[in-house]
Design a protein around this ligand. Structure first.
Ligand code: NAD
Length: 463
């Protein structure tokens, strides 16, 4: 749709005189053209038979990928599961009609059997990726591997080595590479719409409740036991920078740490659990009662009983017995809650990245600065300005198409699965952008960033 400055003003309900408000308003809100583009269809794959896969870890991510099989049974058939939590194992097996002989308690048991599927989906916790990945490739399975590849750089390199030796398809779940927003940005950068790229600013606002849920109370509260937050949360961001800039990162430096979620910041008299009658409960934005019970946020981590009338009491029980009910100031957490990173890529391109817990909003934002133009975007839309003509074009991503409500990360989750299935079927890893070869680099950037932050040194990236 074409929209000149005058009609843009009229749309905004402003008189022409509003132009005199000055260049700031004109710069931020007026566009010469507005293009909307809808999420491209998850076009159906034409397979004569579905790819068969075994899921290791039937938690949140195991279900995201499992749900693809439910929606597209002609493309993906889940034929086995390993999951130690009985109710998860049972529900997953029922959903995918998995026979009892293909249900296992832990991932090791799967590899005690002869190969019985085309592929393995690895959605176990971070520290349980290496063993399954190495066994799977050695036994001839193709792999869909959740990020982070592994919490150890050596293990990441070993997985890469094994993938090369066995020639197996290994897709790393760097799902942002498949999100239509980033795909469009990549297309524009590759078309040299900005001329030579000079610098990038990228921002990941985690949102304060998400931070408290995942990285203070939740599974990733300990960097030592799982993965430092720069990998656990932001290997996606380092990866998307590496992919969009399309040049190797040469040096990295990082700063930040854990500032707020510590005992010394606990309100006076704070109890160990929010359910213990804490005097600060009503005035604490991180109250577990507020987040999980009253606002019903992020309750997907609880394995609710079928009977909805029991849910209130079930949540309270979870808050009384699991980490999700504990005071955010009295955890054993060590993850940084603010983290800034500076990077130098080949050809002198620079990038800065900030990961911040203390925001009221989420959704990645970025600014790409080239010699001939710039782009400012926030995952829903971006604005391209051409320096010579001054033309400002806004690109708006319209509503998700059918099925995308189940595909998180801006539609990236299921698009990744589709590309992976295609690659497995054709035995052609070039159909994927997030191969293990392509993904390892951003992990090395993450490991070096963390070393830089801890040691106060600029680190060189050696691949
Ligand atoms: N790509 C992304 O954007 C993204 C987003 C969130 C999480 N992740 C990653 O995905 C992985 C899974 O995360 P999640 O949020 O689904 O966690 P989750 O805790 O919901 O699921 C993990 C499951 O693995 C099971 N498990 C534990 N030990 C096991 C074993 N020995 N054998 C088999 N299963 C075992 C757990 O019981 C649990 O059900 C993690 O590595 C995480 O970092 C990726």
């Amino acid at each position: 749709m074409k929209l000149n400055r005058r009609s843009a003003l009229q749309r905004l309900g402003l008189a022409t005189g509003a132009l005199s408000l000055g260049s700031n308003l004109a710069g931020e809100n007026y566009f010469d053209e507005i293009h909307s583009w809808t999420m491209p269809e998850l076009h159906p794959l034409q397979f004569d038979s579905p790819i068969t896969a075994i899921t290791l870890g039937a938690g949140n991510r195991g279900n995201v990928y499992g749900n693809y099989a439910t929606a597209y049974p002609d493309q993906l058939n889940i034929v086995g599961v390993a999951e130690p939590i009985p109710i998860r194992n049972e529900r997953y097996a029922q959903k995918h009609k998995i026979p009892s002989e293909h249900r296992f308690e832990t991932w090791e048991h799967v590899f005690e059997r002869d190969k019985f599927a085309d592929a393995i989906i690895i959605t176990t916790p971070d520290d349980l990726h290496y063993g399954p990945a190495m066994h799977a490739m050695a036994m001839g399975y193709d792999v869909l591997l959740e990020k982070p590849i592994s919490p150890s750089e050596l293990e990441c390199r070993n997985i890469l080595q094994m993938a090369k030796q066995t020639n197996k398809i290994v897709a790393v779940c760097h799902v942002l590479r498949y999100a239509p927003y980033f795909v469009k940005l990549k297309e524009m950068l590759d078309q040299q719409m900005l001329g030579d790229l000079i610098s990038v600013q990228h921002f990941e606002p985690i949102e304060h409740v998400h931070m408290a849920h995942s990285f203070v109370r939740g599974n990733w509260h300990s960097a030592k036991a799982t993965t430092p937050i720069i990998l656990a949360k932001s290997c996606h961001d380092l990866d998307i920078l590496r992919w969009l800039i399309d040049k190797p990162c040469e040096q990295i430096a990082a700063f930040g740490g854990l500032k707020w979620f510590k005992q010394e910041n606990a309100p006076e008299g704070a109890t160990p659990r929010c359910t213990d009658g804490c005097p600060a409960e009503a005035t604490c934005p991180y109250s577990a009662l507020k987040i999980y019970y009253r606002d019903r946020q992020r309750t997907y981590v609880f394995d609710f009983p079928e009977d909805k009338s029991l849910h209130d009491e079930f949540i309270l029980e979870q808050l009384r017995t699991t980490n999700y009910g504990r005071c955010v100031y009295q955890m054993e957490n060590d993850q940084a809650d603010h983290y800034v990173t500076s990077m130098q890529f080949a050809d002198g391109i620079t990038a800065s990245f900030s990961m911040e817990a203390f925001t009221s909003y989420h959704g990645r934002r970025s600014r790409f600065m080239g010699a001939m133009g710039d782009i400012v975007g926030d995952m829903d839309h971006f604005v391209h300005t051409d320096f010579l003509s001054g033309k400002r074009t806004k690109w708006e991503l319209k509503d998700a198409v059918d099925g995308d409500h189940l595909s998180g990360h801006g539609g990236g989750d299921w698009r990744l699965v589709r590309d992976w299935l295609q690659a497995v079927k054709a035995q052609d890893s070039s159909l994927l952008t997030s191969t293990i070869e392509a993904s390892i680099e951003s992990h090395i950037m993450g490991f070096q960033a963390e070393l830089s932050r801890l040691k106060g040194e600029i680190k060189k990236i050696h691949l």
